[in-house]
Design a protein around this ligand. Sequence first.
Ligand code: ADP
Ligand code: ZN
Ligand code: ZN
Length: 823
Amino acid sequence: MAQFADVILPLPLEGIFTYRLPAAFAGLVQVGCRIIVPFGTTKFYSAIVVRLHDTPPSYNTKEATELLDSSPVVTSAQLKLWAWIADYYLCTIGDVYKAALPSGMKLESESCVMYNEEFIADDSLNPAEEKIIRELEEETTQTLSALQKRTGIRNILPVIKRLLERDAIHIREEVKRTYKPRFATYIKITEPYFSEEKLNETLSGLKRSAKQTEVLTCYASLSGLSAALALQNRQLLREITRQELTEYASCTPGVLKALCQKGILELYQKPVGRISVQNMPAELIMHPLSEDQLRAANQIKETWRHQDVCLLHGVTSSGKTEVYIHLIKEVIEEGKQVLFMLPEIVLTAQLTDRLKKVFGDRLGVYHSRYPDGERVEVYQKMLSDTPYDIIVGVRSSVFLPFRNLGLIIIDEEHETSFKQQDPAPRYQARNVALVMARAAGAKTLLGSATPSLESYFNAETGKYGLVQLNKRYGNVLLPQIEVVDMRETARKKMMNGPFTPQLTERIREALQHGKQVILFQNRRGYAPMMECRTCGWVPRCQKCDVSLTLHRNMRQLTCHYCGASYPIPPKCPNCGEQNLTGKGYGTERIEDCLQKVFPTARIARMDLDTTRSRQRYEQIIDDFQHFRTDILVGTQMVTKGLDFEKVSVVGILNAGTMLSQPDFRSYEHAFQMMEQVAGRAGRKNEQGYVVLQTQDTEASAIRQVVNHDYTAMYREQLEERSLFNYPPYCRLIYVYMKHRDERVLDSLSRDYANLLLKIFGQRILGPDTPPIAKVQMMFIRKIIIKIELTASMAEARKRLREIQKYITTLPQYKSALIYYDVD
Ligand code: ADP
Ligand code: ZN
Ligand code: ZN
């Protein structure tokens, strides 16, 4: 048996570490298994074995203490992908490990565990487990190292692992999440009453109880009863919680109880959110494709015969999802797996529902905002003998273990949330997916109404196949767009807060006709800035170089870079006057203004502040979908692929703020956002209407949105990129440097740039001070490296690594932070 194991630690350290294996592991440990290893004097981590061998390293090895898995949890294909990511995105393999596995699978001495209050301890606990539970009952959240000290259990991890498996404890996640009950009470119609005849009979029998009749009718509409009856399939009923029904029908529990006693409705309990127990019938609802969609699907399959990647450019509401569904079905019928990637959460709920209806429990959802326990379950199921055939997930789903991948679909491929910004690995999941597909011999489909410039360029130059869907489903016209000049309106003193008369009129009209409205403003909070009207003083973050955003509902000023919050000063600390006011409009303030103009309208707001928990955003979407709200105000969250049938008007409150960002991609992004949000209008039956308010009516992005002319935007931007040498005509690596001391940082960035100059010459820009030059007490400098397409990126990365190695050995720069952002 092998005496040594090379392992990856979940730490941002270069390289692989070697540990000795105890004799007890003989024949048990495999590459891809987790073992517990000590690190430093007191710490321990779960490490991934990447190699087994008999060659002692030059240093004294420590012994691994525990073997956690009897079979690999990381496959060799995954390990290869990890290595590629670390190399390409210039980070360590430990960074990748940390991003790749859910927290519950990465036990380490600093992990925080939490007692699950709902766990009922019984006799089956062994003494060690009981000891830990008793400790956690005293203090519900503790780090593993603290627990180890207190309980005196030497090998604490296996015990923790067992308790985790029994759900007695949880690993605390970084993302805060509100408490979620384990079980919910659902309600449904009983078997005998599931018949048209019986139901009509009942309804006429209930005539004297108006309240009961109403509840039953509400239940029918919420659950989609008539459709289920028509198809004679009780499984098709949408599941309704008791709470949902009582709220919707605004009835007392007594009325429900009466209906249950009559045997018409029944209550049942169901765990919420746990993936393993969801039991949906599969293959039920699949629309036949329209002629255009069928043509597109066939063209896609045709391009796949000689190309691996295909771009589907389909206007909003052309029915791309239907095309995906048909392609997915064909792939899984061949016994292969499908990964369906989408941007951030808001999309997931609606889309997952739709896919679940078709594929039932052959489909698993993997999402970073889901409770960690669920993520572990999905991961483990993918390793099992009965993995999901389809995974729907956000960017981190590229880290799941697939065995037989046939297709990756990347929906809304232009979305920036596929790129991870912080922390490392700063990977672009779209590219990682392409690499993964290639390694697995799978095909890839990128889909968007507004493709990223890079992807469209690749399609035009023949690297990808290109398939177009130019018409909306049902031949509904693309929305009509009216551009309204805000400066002109302001000059005539006709602005009503953030609204032009044109927009107000359109909203009023929509509401009168029982339609819905979406308003888009790319700023959250009440006002993006606060200012003293007497002396011009602006409150700023003490740790960052930015002005603070006013959040009136939370009664505080917040820094959107570090999250710090401050009380609102009662008077100006600079001049002493009580003359501080909010400047500009955030979503919160728009909501306020709107309610004043339309006092009876039901308004909801969707932005980061209102959607911190999964239930909240699902609630907001659900309310809007079931017409419990009339107007939805939101940030770019509302621009993303949502499908609502009664939205007739979309308002873009200020296009200018998007066009004036200091990034070479800002123009492309502004177009994408506007086109996408416009696409939410008039998706079924009739043409929608968009009011686009802007300070600058001449900007060409405005004209391109009005004409829905993606190609014009593409050509213009491409020309600019070519002129100023930006991607796709070159590749970019940003080097970021951070330090607490600005003078040290300045000299570091100069030294670094000089070293880079020797190797990269003209390709270096900077060092520069970025627009936000200080975040969380750390000053920031940035150097840009532009590498031509013909040069070797691998070589460039190698040189960068060498320079970094050298620089970080210099004592004066020891505490500096250097990292890279590739592409
Ligand atoms: P996209 O993803 O291109 O924006 P969707 O797939 O969301 O478009 O489709 C828009 C709307 O049209 C959806 O409500 C969908 O149900 C409907 N639709 C699209 N294709 C079909 C079809 N073949 N049969 C029935 N309805 C369809
Ligand atoms: Zn002042
Ligand atoms: Zn700050």
